[in-house]
Design a protein around this ligand. Structure first.
Ligand code: MCN
Length: 797
């Protein structure tokens, strides 16, 4: 349920509740998912995966599999040896970062359960799967390191050749950086000291469409279709990995059924499918099963977080010290090592802490590799600091919102440079919080909570608070490049007015569920004054969109959308000499509005000339004024100078059955500020989906391994993915403080709900349990954990 009546937009498209253009084909399935592709002579792949977390491969016998019906070939690590170690490692976060070689197919050692040891290529998917069972692999098990803390202590090594499990140690210290004071002094002088350790459990980004790859080697180029978030990055990495010129590789991300960061990757399976196609000369397809996806697509979160917060008795926070131990799993993917490091900028959140130190220890284990999962680095930080602010409020016997307000940046203090060195451009935490409190009925619920406590009701009420901001709109290149060597963050767009007056927009942002075709059409409709329906948005094909940096980090609108605006404005500029010629006026005397050029001061009622009418003339080109080139089209790139900083206040009420430990959500209110909204319907959808994922971390989801490193939650029977039936109707509203980094004034929204909601829920659960002496609880807060916590009178840590 959304409260805000969006302001009337008049003729403007931006701000309109447009239904998504792409939904008709997505919802009816009338689209080409990668797995729908069929080609003559197409071969199918099935991967043989290690059942062991750490083992030496002593022998692989493929003879029986090779002789099986329909089998064309079986590839092992030995067959693709020249590629060993060349699967892209993460952009390093320190120059000294340690990383093992990441073979597409393991050669003589496997480092996690699920690692590929062989690939069967056959005429049908069934034949490939059957033959994969016949590949006989002998392993000698090696000691495996499964527990993150044991790994940090180097008790057993995940990759013995590295001599340590530590991949990188990344430190930020405000005193050293000159952005603040010395945190050790703040801790020494603290009147109140809060020390806590939190666990971010391992999560699995469970996109709707499993990963799927097709490679066709039969033409002039290798054409890869992949269910990926990053077609441009994938093409570059394939070219670098396989030594093929980029011009010979075309990557197409057709409609992609979700990613949530889980498809921000270059996977061994993509490399192997490419190799199989090159080896056989035939189109090859690999399509994963859901179990394979849960086991071997990269996982998310998985950290231990140690925090020390120093404060005065009056509630003013004077410093924060953070030590993270982050689980890389067995290998580094594209941004594995960068994800926890992003937290460096977010633990101070919306607050004005004068001193801050952040240490991040990236550690290898023999588990599936981790990488981005919706929010990536920011949900972890937000959870920890929002838990700490609650602990401070409890310690001082004060209301949690009041303590937050005392410490947060006031709206008149923006722009504000934080202790972590970021410049927050705009925000109004007071306004969002006031609106959230009002919609939630904060005071009434507190009164009900007190009454239930008083009466000893079996159902106790907990109220949880989470105020948050995030750095998103990933760009600027200069900042990203200084964090992870080699990374960048611009975006590209082309806008072409076709001779018929219809418009083609080509964008480097590659949507996988975010509705860019609709939002970009709205933007261009306003810029060029053409009908929304006349605009077509093309993306996700490196042959069409030849430049781009793809979709993640809630960057597409604020970076890619701004590139679209820039390109559209160039088109208008390009049309000006033609309009001046047609209107017999000077270029400088022209105005452009609602798709028409008119002459300034020529009075009301002049017809002017429509830009769409100029499109055919500029195409035909026989009577162009001097210096005007044929075609009304333009390219633009955009690389902003700053991140965008959405924020919000989320309030959650949880009812806890104290006899069963069952937690039921009673109400959830969030007031988010994502700056100017292009499409309120899309924004609501993004917030709703994000909330469910964040709530799921708090209550349901966890990837669980046994002591041997075998994934126990290997199917949706055990990995509790929520459905809409598990959630309530959320109350959402918005405040608007426009961003300064783009002409729209927009801030990113794609991760906001996930980042804010987890601490709101856990704070609510704990708020109900504190009366029993419970001070902490592990996520997910399952009925068993809640019940045990009540029984033991303390958390189960
Ligand atoms: N939008 C808007 N007004 C704003 C901000 C955004 O109308 N002020 C619209 C945009 O035009 C876009 C959508 O909201 O259509 C999301 O925009 P943005 O915040 O720029 O995020 P991205 O498009 O870059 O998407 C990435 C983000 C991330 S990082 C994850 S993870 C995520 C998410 O988007 N994964 C998703 N949302 C998802 N939604 C779906 N359906 N599936 C996923 O896998």
């Amino acid at each position: 349920m959304t409260i805000t009546e969006e302001p009337q937009t008049g003729n403007r498209e931006v701000g309109k509740d447009r239904r998504r253009k792409e939904d008709q084909r997505l919802i009816t399935g009338r689209t080409k998912w990668t797995d729908n592709l069929q080609m003559t002579g197409m071969l199918h792949l099935s991967m043989v995966r290690s059942p062991f977390a750490h083992a030496t491969i002593t022998n692989i016998d493929t003879s029986e599999a090779k002789a099986a019906p329909g089998v064309i070939a079986v590839l092992t690590g030995a067959d693709v040896k020249d590629l060993q170690g060349s699967l892209p490692n993460a952009w390093p976060v320190t120059p000294e970062q340690k990383a093992p070689p990441h073979p597409a197919i393991a050669v003589d050692r496997v480092a996690f359960s699920g690692e590929i040891v062989a690939c069967v290529i056959a005429r049908s998917a069934a034949a490939a799967r059957d033959a994969a069972e016949l590949v006989d692999v002998d392993y000698d098990e090696l000691p495996a390191v499964i527990d993150l803390k044991a790994a940090a202590a180097d008790e057993v090594l995940a990759h013995p050749e590295l001599g340590t499990n530590e991949s990188a140690l990344w430190i930020f210290d405000s005193a050293e950086a000159g952005t603040g004071e010395d945190v050790e002094a703040a801790i020494r002088d603290a009147e109140v000291l809060i020390e806590r350790e939190f666990r971010q459990q391992r999560l699995i980004p469970s996109f709707m469409e499993p990963r799927s790859v097709v490679v066709d080697p039969t033409g002039e180029q290798f054409v890869m279709w992949s269910s990926t978030q990053v077609p441009h990055i994938l093409r570059l990495m394939l070219a670098l990995t396989l030594g093929v010129p980029e011009s010979k590789v075309r990557v197409i991300a057709p409609d992609v059924g979700g990613g949530f960061g889980g498809k921000l990757q270059v996977t061994p399976e993509e490399v192997i499918t490419f190799l199989a196609a090159r080896h056989t000369g035939k189109p090859c397809k690999w399509n994963e099963t859901r179990s394979e996806s849960l086991l071997s697509a990269h996982h998310g979160r998985d950290q231990w977080q140690k925090l020390t917060l120093a404060a005065k008795k009056d509630g003013t926070v004077t410093g924060l010290k953070v030590h993270l131990t982050a689980n890389m799993g067995a290998y580094l993917g594209l941004v594995t090592s960068g994800v926890p490091v992003l937290g460096a900028f977010m633990f101070n959140a919306i607050y004005k802490f004068p001193s801050y130190r952040f240490e991040c220890q990236n550690v290898f284990t023999n588990l599936t590799w981790t990488d981005a999962y919706r929010g990536a680095g920011r949900p972890e930080a937000t959870f920890a600091i929002e838990r700490m602010m609650d602990e401070l409020a409890i310690e001082l016997g004060r209301d949690p919102l009041e303590v937050r307000e005392q410490n947060w940046i006031k709206h008149e203090e923006f722009p504000f440079t934080t202790v972590a060195g970021l410049e927050y451009d705009t925000g109004n935490y007071e306004a969002a919080t006031a609106r959230a409190k009002e919609l939630f009925g904060y005071d009434e619920l507190r009164a009900e909570q007190a009454a239930r406590r008083e009466s000893g009701d079996r159902i106790q009420l907990g109220i949880g608070v989470s105020t948050f901001t995030e750095m998103c709109g990933l760009a600027p290149s200069r900042v990203l490049g200084s964090l992870a060597y080699g990374a960048g963050g611009w975006e590209h767009a082309s806008v072409r007015m076709l001779p018929s007056g219809k418009v083609e927009v080509i964008t480097g942002s590659s949507a996988h569920g975010q509705g860019h075709e609709t939002a970009w059409s709205q933007i261009v409709a306003d810029e060029l004054g053409v009908p929304f329906e006349d605009i077509e948005v093309l993306h996700g094909d490196t042959q069409i969109s030849h430049k781009g940096l793809d979709t993640y980090g809630s960057r597409s609108l604020v970076v890619g959308g701004q590139a679209v605006i820039k390109a559209a404005r160039k088109v208008v500029e390009k049309a000006k000499p033609l309009a001046a010629d047609a209107l017999e006026a000077n270029v400088d005397d022209l105005e452009f509005s609602g798709g028409r050029f008119t002459v300034k001061g020529a009075g009301e009622g002049q017809e002017g000339v429509a830009i769409t009418d100029l499109a055919l003339r500029v195409f035909a080109a026989h009577d162009l004024p001097d210096g005007v080139e044929p075609g009304l089209d333009a390219d633009a790139t955009y690389d902003p100078v700053n991140f965008s900083y959405p924020h919000g206040t989320h309030l959650c009420a949880m009812e806890i059955d104290t006899e069963t430990g069952e937690s039921t959500m009673r109400s959830y209110v969030c007031v988010d500020d994502v700056g100017t909204v292009v499409n309120p319907l899309i924004v609501d959808g993004q917030i709703h989906g994000g909330l469910v994922q964040g709530i799921a971390q708090a209550l349901w989801e966890e990837a669980v391994y046994d002591d041997q490193g075998t994934l126990i939650t290997g199917s949706f029977v055990d990995y509790t993915l929520p459905t809409s039936a598990d959630t309530i109707s959320f109350v959402t509203d918005r405040t608007v403080t426009p961003s300064t980094t783009n002409d729209l004034g927009a801030k990113g929204v794609g991760e906001a709900g996930t980042i804010a909601s987890t601490p709101a829920v856990v704070n609510a659960v704990l708020d109900a349990l504190r009366q029993y002496g419970v001070t902490d609880i592990l996520m997910p807060c399952t009925p068993e954990r809640v019940w045990n916590a009540i029984q033991s009178g303390k958390g189960d840590q």
